[in-house]
Design a binder for this molecule. Sequence first.
Ligand code: BGC
Length: 254
Amino acid sequence: MQVLGIDIGGTGIKGCPVCTETGEMLGERYRIPTPAEATEEAILDTVQSIAKEFSWKGPVGCGYPGVVHRGVIHSAANLDKSLIGVDLAKGLGSRVGRPAWVVNDADAAGLAEMRFGAGKDERGVVIMLTIGTGIGTALFVDGHMVPNLELGHVKMRLHKDPKYQDAEKLVADSARRKADLSWKQWAKRFNRYLAYMEKLLNPDLILLGGGAAKKGDKFMKYLEAQASIKTATLENRAGIIGAALASRVYGDVG
Ligand code: BGC
């Protein structure tokens, strides 16, 4: 099947048609900056422009950076709060193409990596962490996904700071840039987050994806965990490929 995969992010909305049998992207990834006011209309307009770029009329699978239940948005940590309660799958279906579905972006990236990337044929407990504007988390047990994990929002604090905050505010790539941390300083923080994840889930394998993952040579040498750690291999394609694939898991809900 050919599906237009769309990855909605905090800074960019990216898309490309994908062959769901091979995981191949059938063209050049097309990116439009996320509208400053990322309301439902603004997002649908942007996705429609991406569809137009590929003259697309078929099925659309979309990854969204928040909790998604049956196409309905339940959280918007790094996007406009007016999206909460919106049936984005329905909106996409009527504006862009049918069928249409929407899933969490980290779940999408995880699905792609488990099927075609660094997690291929991995059994046991695998967690995928995407490091970008936020921290996305996806959990797989013997290849089956537990959706909407949202462990970027567990509470952490810096040494000596009495205030706990969402972990992603301290360890996401956006936090590294904001605090102007070296990779070594960032890795020290991230190791505390990894220890937290290990305590909760005791994974066999931790996959690191998202924008930062392609810079693995800068930070992998500083990371420590009981489980094996690997960087994702599909890089910024994982979100798009996984969004297209997600229909197999969630059914055509558009
Ligand atoms: C959201 C997650 C998302 C992650 C990465 C977090 O702020 O709550 O749903 O997967 O960012 O985009």
